[in-house]
Design a protein around this ligand. Structure first.
Ligand code: SME
Length: 160
């Protein structure tokens, strides 16, 4: 496994194209879930410099904070609450161009202006979410959705 991430400049697509195989490499041969979630969060944060990149894992009827990069965050989110809990309940990616316009948004950091949340799904069940926050409005689009959905399929849940 390479020890340094190769950071590229360029369009969003070019950045994801360069990052994806590196994330694949990071995960190959490692089955520990926490280690893999931590490295994926770090790789995304390093390449894109977003405010917050991290995971929440389903535990009972809540999402509980997992590995992340960025400012400290809320630890528990109920199903259907906030952007994360809504993405879990709907089992689909949510792109929020302006968090203040999202009813029930949970403000972990006042610096966060836009957000994307991608559910982690195994055999039809959501077992966690990837949450990414940006200091700018309108940061995320369908390019991020496509690539982040592809990246999270590389992560195997702990019980598999
Ligand atoms: N904003 C999220 C909460 C998690 S933090 O942004 C890290 C939400 O509304 O679910």
């Amino acid at each position: 496994m390479a020890e340094d991430l190769h950071i590229v400049q360029g369009s969003k697509t070019e950045q994801y194209e360069a990052l994806y195989p590196q994330i694949e490499g990071l995960l190959t041969g490692e089955t520990d879930l926490v280690a893999n979630l931590a490295n994926v969060a770090a790789a995304l944060k390093e390449q894109f410099g977003w405010l917050w990149v991290g995971f929440y894992l389903v535990k009972g009827d809540e999402l509980v904070l997992g590995p992340f990069q960025g400012p400290i965050a809320c630890t528990r989110i109920r199903k259907g609450k906030g952007v994360c809990g809504t993405a879990w309940a709907q089992a689909e990616t949510l792109i929020v161009p302006d968090v203040e316009a999202f009813p029930g948004h949970i403000a972990c950091s006042s610096l966060s202006k836009s957000e994307i949340v991608v559910p982690l799904i195994h055999q039809g069940e959501v077992w966690g979410v990837l949450d990414v926050d940006s200091v700018a409005l309108n940061t995320f689009d369908t390019i991020d959705q496509t690539w982040l959905e592809k990246i999270v399929t590389l992560i195997q849940p702990a019980h598999v």
